[in-house]
Design a protein around this ligand. Structure first.
Ligand SMILES: [Zn+2]
Length: 634
């Protein structure tokens, strides 16, 4: 934990934060035994790998697949790409905790480029909102909003704004607010004049749709033309370190709760479609930003819900987009439904008709599952094909496509249903269908071409054992017990001289030689020395390295598994055994070191008699075993 923060601020915020509730805002969590599980947001998860542990006052999360682990601060920092001060401020605000004045003085020192970009976008958003209310500059935009029948509630909720029809409105606003021009340029909101000094506004004479992150902070803007002469029709902010089109869904910050609650997300294609749906009471609707759906969008949505309905305009482009989207979602652990609106209309059109909401709801309910959608398309192709050989080739092509899309990852029940349908249509046995499946399966990543995923967490390499396996085991066993049950610190164990001492007197952090566990051991013994109980989340707050946090959660889990074992000895007995094991390793190692030292001495001394005498003396004292070789060079 960075030391310049008031520890009481950190503690108060952590105590006030319910980790399960926090993570459930981003991942659909299900109770499982004493824990909660869900899809991990830090890797491309297909089975629920994320566990949130909250027993015994602990609160931490852990991914069994990629190893992500941590407390509430780590989660927010990694999920929202925040610095520690940003995470603290965010969680404090969320929990209604007032931070101390000392923290408030550090408000503006997080001069990261991401923070500067966010600030630039926030300033622009407030400028566009102000312009929308401006009698002169907002008039044309207000009349477009009125034409589109977007009501005031939606204007506020989505933060709609107006970019005035002038070259330097935002430039002047920024100067008046004392904001650096550079960050607005970096955010793509201002551009340098090509022929003269100074800058001009990137968005002019447009209806502005702020694009927000999951916390509702503006990270980019979409601008729609007011005058048909101003090409293009829609203009988006350029991508930046905080804005990636392929990972952003329009309106997600407003739709997220409804998506989690209804276990269903509806994906539309445009800003106004999303707003029209929300206005009609369909709160679980989000939109893509003028791009096709990507795997990142899929990853985002499948964490929140079980069913994704893709709304497409009923035209040829919509049909193509639907085909592509089906393939994208195919192997994911989420059900996809395709809803192609009739008569070439878009959701906004449908909603403007009489009883439009009911019609749209009906269309959504009647949406077809992705797999039948695909197999029905295959069926149509089959009908157009003549001859048994040609039909079989058609089947082979289709099966190859299915395998490329992730057939082997699909739940068995879906596979059986598909095989049965195909068998029925072709009039052949299910075995024949399955024999058409290509044996060699290609990896999913090569089958679907999407942008590179840059935020994939790297799986930490196992450290080469720098200590003996016996020592490594003994160190981990002892550390695991102390992390799981810090109360054991007062427990007495056998000392070197056979007496009884507390475990913290018997061992300290220096007893841990495994480089992988050293830092964790230091943190654990540091906490034990202060003689107060600590939780896993306290410990994780201290550990900067994800590998260290992962080790803490692994060790906690190891001790929990042992404790859960019905025939398990008591914690005190296990502590005694772990201490004895580590003592034995230490004893064995120091004996071997002594032995090696004596051998070195014997080889390098000229006074053989003196040494022999010394060795015999030490043997009598019991320091050296009788079997020690006594070859002295003379
Ligand atoms: Zn993971």
């Amino acid at each position: 934990m960075p030391s310049r923060f008031d520890q009481s601020d950190v503690d108060r915020v952590r105590d006030a934060t319910d980790l399960v509730a926090l993570i459930a805002e981003h991942v659909s969590l299900h109770p499982k035994g004493r824990e909660h599980v869900g899809l991990c947001p830090f890797h491309d998860d297909h089975t629920p790998s994320l566990t949130v542990v909250t027993h015994k006052d602990n609160a931490f999360y852990k991914c069994h697949s990629c190893g992500a682990a941590g407390n509430a601060f780590n989660f927010v920092m990694d999920y929202h790409k925040m610095s520690f001060p940003e995470a603290l401020r965010h969680l404090a605000e969320r929990a209604g905790v007032q931070l101390s004045a000392r923290f408030d003085r550090t408000r503006d020192d997080s001069g990261t480029s991401a923070a500067a970009l966010r600030k630039a976008n926030a300033i622009a958003a407030s400028f566009f909102c102000k312009m929308l209310q401006d009698r002169e500059h907002g008039a044309a935009t207000r009349s477009m909003i009125c034409d589109r029948r977007i009501d005031d509630t939606m204007v506020d909720a989505f933060g709609l704004g107006a970019a005035p029809a002038e070259w330097d409105g935002l430039v002047r606003h920024a100067r008046a607010s004392g904001v650096g021009i550079e960050s607005l340029v970096a955010a793509g909101l201002l551009k340098p004049r090509p022929t003269a000094d100074g800058h001009y506004d990137a968005f002019r004479n447009r209806l502005i749709f702020p694009i927000c992150d999951e916390l509702g902070r503006p990270i980019a803007f979409g601008g729609r033309q007011l005058d048909p002469a101003d090409e293009p029709k829609y203009l988006n902010s350029a991508e930046s370190s905080i804005f990636h089109k392929s990972r952003t869904l329009y309106g997600l910050h407003l739709a997220k709760r409804a998506i989690i609650a209804s276990k269903q997300a509806i994906v539309a294609e445009g800003y106004t479609d999303v707003i029209a749906c929300h206005q009609a009471g369909l709160d679980n609707v989000v939109g893509t930003l003028g791009t096709a759906l990507t795997r990142e969008h899929v990853r985002l949505l499948k964490r929140l819900c079980d069913v994704v309905v893709l709304l497409f305009d009923g035209d040829a482009a919509g049909q193509r987009a639907a085909d592509r989207a089906v393939e994208l979602f195919f192997a994911e652990s989420v059900d996809i439904k395709i809803c192609i609106l009739p008569d070439g209309s878009d959701p906004d059109d449908v909603l403007r008709q009489d009883a439009g909401v009911d019609r749209l709801r009906n269309d959504i309910t009647a949406a077809e599952d992705a797999l039948p959608y695909m197999t029905n398309q295959f069926r149509r192709e089959l009908r157009r094909t003549d001859g048994a050989a040609a039909k079989y080739r058609c089947l082979e092509r289709f099966m190859t496509k299915l395998v490329d899309l992730g057939w082997h990852h699909m739940p068995g029940v879906r596979k059986r249903q598909t095989s049965a349908d195909l068998s029925h249509w072709l009039g052949v046995s299910i075995d024949d269908i399955e024999s058409a499946l290509p044996r060699q399966r290609r990896s999913f990543s090569t089958a679907v071409a999407t942008g590179p995923s840059t935020d994939e967490p790297s799986v930490p390499q196992e450290l080469a054992p720098a200590v003996s396996p016996a020592r490594g085991r003994a160190e981990r066993d002892l550390l695991a017990l102390l992390i799981h049950s810090p109360g054991l610190r007062a427990q007495t164990v056998t000392a070197m001289d056979g007496g009884l001492v507390t475990v913290t007197k018997r061992f300290n952090a220096a007893a841990f030689h495994d480089p992988g566990v050293q830092r964790v051991a230091e943190a654990v013994f540091g906490r034990l020395e202060t003689d107060s109980d600590f939780t896993v989340q306290d410990l994780m707050g201290e550990l900067q390295s994800p590998d260290d946090r992962r080790l803490v959660s692994d060790l906690y889990e190891q001790a929990q598994v042992h404790a859960d074992h019905t025939a398990a000895p008591s914690a005190a007995e296990r502590l005694q055994a772990a201490c004895a094991a580590l003592s034995k390793v230490q004893g064995d190692e120091s004996y071997r070191e002594d032995l090696a030292a004596y051998r070195r001495d014997l080889r390098h001394t000229a006074d053989a008699d003196a040494l022999r005498e010394q060795i015999n003396k030490r043997r009598k004292q019991g320091d050296l075993p009788a079997a020690m070789p006594l070859r002295v060079r003379s």
